[in-house]
Each structure stands twice: as structure tokens, then as C-alpha cells.
Ligand binder design. Structure first.
Ligand SMILES: C[S@@+](CC[C@H](N)C(=O)[O-])C[C@H]1O[C@@H](n2cnc3c(N)ncnc32)[C@H](O)[C@@H]1O
Length: 258
């Protein structure tokens, strides 16, 4: 299967710059490495507060894990008691998810295609880090509109993303020191980061999307922002925190249909 590449024009100074974005997760070696990843260090902080956030905002048990990768986030939701389908566009990631959890439900989907899902049927859609890899506002809006359409009236999207700060600091499980150019990145620009917690040390390419831009994108997609969380680590937690106690590497948005 060919990797999903998106070419797009980005206004740059007085001219339009053509950018190309490739989903780095459509790669067998990365899938192999990612499959061994659980919740070490900085990832622990991403997931730490999700059970409480979800139990505060979500009533039913029917869920989709959008961008499930090798199924870590899907298995996390299943443990919380959600009847969860994991979906992803990367075949290698879905293959690994099925190997690790043969009883789980994992679907390979086409980009921005959700026709196999019943509309208005889901209590929760979790998206953990997926929007870090969605390059343009147009595509983010289309995806949020489609995902919003799958929610029940009181259903929620929980969108966990990287904060712009993650790309310009060092962390227990990530490094960005080799990419000083990240600090000049504006909304929609590509940034690089190395996941030090896995064997595959090739940089991951993401797209930076600051908080104020996410808020605009949600409005345009017909979503209402209910709450925003920026988790900070605590000294008494069993990890060697680097900046996590002072700067939040993650942002968690809780959204409903407007
Ligand atoms: C960083 S991984 C996160 C995987 C998982 N949520 C976790 O926490 O371990 C992001 C995943 O989003 C997937 N992804 C990117 N764009 C997508 C899209 N348009 N639709 C579905 N999945 C997508 C990638 O293929 C990748 O597996």
C-alpha cells in the first residue's frame, strides 16, 4: 500500500509554497517499534488523566479510537470498559494491532472515509496524537466534521495532541535538540521529533498546530470546546522528568457537536 502523501499550498511570505506531507506511520519498521510501546515517561503523562476526564464527560460505552496505530490506545479504552473499534489508515500499524490483540476490532480505513460507521451512534471518539499528523486546516475540518457526525447528541471527541512546546524542548521520552529549526515553525509547518522510548530513532514528522488555531478549527468544524487540559507531571511520579513538571507536552481537548 502506498503511503498517504498530501501535497498542499501554504501561504509563505508573498508566494505560495508547495509542501508535501507523508504519514510516517505507514512503515513496517516503525510499526514494529511502535508495537512495543506502552506508557513510559512522557506517554504516561499523556494518558494519566484520561480515565478521569472521560468519566467526567462521557456517559455511554460505545467508542471509536481514531488513529489507533498498533492498538495501544484502543486497548487502553477497552480496559476502561469501552466497546471500542480501532481505526487507522496505516496497514502496517493495523496488522500489528491485530497480532497483539486478536480478539480486538481493528479496521483499516481509507483517508477521510467513514461510510462503514453508523452516524449518530458513538458516545466517545478518542484521537490520541492522530491530529499531529493531519497536515492542513481543510483536512482537519473535514475529519472533525465527519467524526462529529458519528457522535450521539451528548457524545464527545477527546482530542489528545502535542503542544507546540513539545517540539522545542527535551523530554523523558522525546528529543528535539537536533531540530533547532522547529522553533520557527508556525501553524501548519512541519516539525521533527525523535521518540527516544522506541528502537526506531528516525525522526517523526508532525505538523504544529497551536491552541488558538485548534480553537478556530473546532468552530469551523461545528464542534464546541467543552474543556481543555494541559497535564503537568509531579515530582513523586516514578519517572525521570526533564521538563514535564514545568511545561505540558500535551493538550487534551474535550469537544461536543455545537
Ligand atoms: C502517533 S500514532 C498514535 C497511535 C495510537 N493512538 C497511540 O496512542 O498509540 C498516530 C496514528 O494516526 C494515524 N493516522 C494519521 N492520519 C490518519 C487519518 N487520516 N485517519 C486515520 N488514522 C490516521 C497514523 O497512521 C498513526 O498510526
Amino acid at each position: 500500500m502506498n503511503a498517504t502523501r498530501t501535497s498542499f499550498k501554504k501561504p509563505f511570505g508573498n508566494s505560495d509554497q508547495i509542501m508535501e506531507f507523508k504519514n510516517v506511520y505507514e512503515d513496517a519498521r516503525r510499526a514494529e517499534a511502535y508495537a512495543k510501546l506502552e506508557f513510559p515517561g512522557t506517554y504516561y503523562l499523556a494518558y494519566r488523566d484520561l480515565p478521569e476526564i472521560i468519566s467526567k464527560h462521557v456517559k455511554g460505552r460505545k467508542a471509536i479510537d481514531f488513529g489507533c496505530g498498533t492498538g495501544r490506545s484502543t486497548r487502553f479504552m477497552q480496559k476502561l470498559g469501552f466497546d471500542t473499534i480501532g481505526v487507522d489508515i496505516a496497514e502496517d500499524m493495523i496488522k500489528k494491532a491485530r497480532q497483539i490483540d486478536p480478539k480486538g476490532e481493528y479496521l483499516l480505513i481509507k483517508d477521510v472515509a467513514f461510510s462503514q460507521f453508523e452516524k449518530g451512534a458513538y458516545d466517545l471518539i478518542l484521537s490520541a496524537f492522530t491530529f499531529d499528523n493531519i497536515p492542513t486546516e481543510e483536512k482537519k475540518i473535514r475529519l472533525f466534521e465527519k467524526l462529529g457526525g458519528l457522535l450521539k447528541g451528548e457524545g464527545c471527541i477527546v482530542n489528545l495532541v502535542s503542544s507546540p512546546e513539545i517540539y522545542v524542548n527535551e523530554w523523558a521520552s522525546f528529543s528535539t535538540k537536533d531540530f533547532p529549526e522547529n522553533k520557527d515553525a508556525k501553524c501548519g509547518d512541519k516539525v521533527k521529533i525523535i521518540v527516544t522510548a522506541i528502537d526506531d530513532k528516525r525522526p517523526v514528522e508532525d505538523v504544529v498546530w497551536p491552541d488558538e488555531d485548534y480553537r478556530e478549527t473546532y468552530k469551523k468544524a461545528g464542534l464546541k470546546l467543552i474543556e481543555t487540559y494541559k497535564p503537568l507531571a509531579r515530582e513523586d511520579e516514578p519517572f525521570e522528568w526533564v521538563n514535564e513538571t514545568k511545561i505540558s507536552p500535551w493538550v487534551i481537548y474535550v469537544l461536543r457537536k455545537s
